[in-house]
Design a binder for this molecule. Structure first.
Ligand code: SF4
Length: 364
């Protein structure tokens, strides 16, 4: 078992990605077996605690208010609603609940306090708790850690270069800053991206350079295949082939041996054989539940049947790291600072984002 390498270059990663497939699979499966039990897969449930109405212009996202999509928005869920859903997820075999809110960034105040209470509640159910709430300050990260957060998700989405072709309202540097803020706590980092947005293979490698050169590397890396939703700027993108997905998973496994590689959006477009190949190539985490925030996902019973068929087991919670302690709000060391951080807004023009926005206006 060699030491984890933190200085991967784009050329080295491209060389791995482009290897003959059998060679790539063999290498990835070997690395996987050195670091992980190949028959264990971590299962998370993703819960959209606040859906839609987002101010950002992410070209892949049906939750951006400026595009015309058919998703039903909802305000922040109550703590009781979240608890009920978490219990259901636990019953169906999930070890982690990931709560997503369609926010640009976290704002101190009542809603964030409510999310902190959700974190406390789920941690007390002995499940790993993850949040994805947008950009985050150091104090906010510390408050989440104190509530018992296990992981924070903040995807880089793509390479720094291609990110600019997809999003104009938030900057790549701020993504890295948020990850850095999470690293100032004991909360683990979940960060990955999406393939199939029209990027080149070089961009996929560029994203893996950005992730693998973080030290430490993210504990979890979701690899999503774009689900092209009507009304979004990327609605006409062709689905990625299973071979691209397998290559991406295998390459991620090789360059980040210790991380949990998560097969995320796009599983409904994959056969069981395709998913099995991804598990062989090193994927060892999935999202369960019939929805991934707003896009479809395989039914949990189908997933459990697939696990039976392939002889896979669900990973128990807190296998990789001990359960964090929960500090009650009344005993908190950290205050609501009423922070209003100025996260960047690059504001350049992305033609297809503008076109989708204009179309949505015309449709109203
Ligand atoms: S990806 Fe997140 S930040 Fe971007 S539009 Fe969707 S909800 Fe908003």
């Amino acid at each position: 078992m060699g030491a984890t390498k933190h200085n991967w270059t784009k050329d080295e990663i491209l060389e791995i990605y482009n290897k003959p497939l059998m060679e790539l699979l063999y290498q990835a499966a070997t690395v996987h077996r050195e670091q992980h039990d190949p028959n264990t897969v971590q299962v998370s449930t993703l819960l959209s605690i606040k859906t839609g109405g987002c101010s950002e212009d992410c070209g892949y996202c049906p939750q951006a208010a400026r595009y015309h999509t058919n998703i039903e928005g909802n305000d922040l869920m109550s703590v009781q609603q979240v608890k009920a859903q978490a219990l259901r997820a636990k019953d169906s075999g999930s070890s982690r609940v990931c709560m997503g809110a369609a926010w640009r960034n976290v704002k101190d105040g009542e809603e964030f306090d409510q999310v902190l209470e959700m974190v406390r509640t789920i941690n007390k159910l002995d499940m790993e708790v993850c949040c994805t709430l947008g950009m985050l300050t150091e104090n906010q990260a510390k408050r989440l850690a104190e509530a018992g957060l296990y992981a924070y998700n903040h995807n880089l989405d793509s390479s720094e270069e291609y990110y600019k072709e997809v999003i104009s309202t938030r900057g790549f540097e701020d993504r890295l800053q948020t990850i850095d803020n999470v690293r100032k706590t004991n909360v683990t980092v979940c960060s990955g991206g999406i393939i199939g947005m029209g990027e080149k293979v070089e961009d996929r490698a560029g994203m893996l350079v950005a992730l693998s050169t973080l030290n430490p590397q993210p504990e979890s890396v979701p690899i999503n295949a774009l689900v092209a939703v009507e009304g979004t700027p990327l609605e006409d993108q062709e689905p990625v082939s299973i071979w691209e997905m397998v290559r991406m998973v295998a390459t991620t496994r090789i360059v980040m041996p210790e991380t949990q590689v998560r097969l995320s959006a796009g599983r409904t477009q994959m056969t069981q054989e395709g998913q099995a190949m991804c598990f062989f190539a090193g994927a060892n985490s999935i999202f369960a539940g019939d929805k991934l925030l707003t896009t479809p996902n395989p039914d949990v019973n189908e997933d459990m049947k697939m696990f039976d068929l392939l002889g896979l087991n669900s990973q128990k919670p807190f296998t990789k790291k001990v359960q964090p302690q929960t500090v009650e709000a009344t005993d908190s060391q950290y205050q609501d600072l009423g922070e209003k951080p100025k996260w960047s807004r690059p504001g350049h023009t992305i033609e297809r984002n503008e076109a989708a926005k204009e179309k949505a206006k015309a449709d109203k």
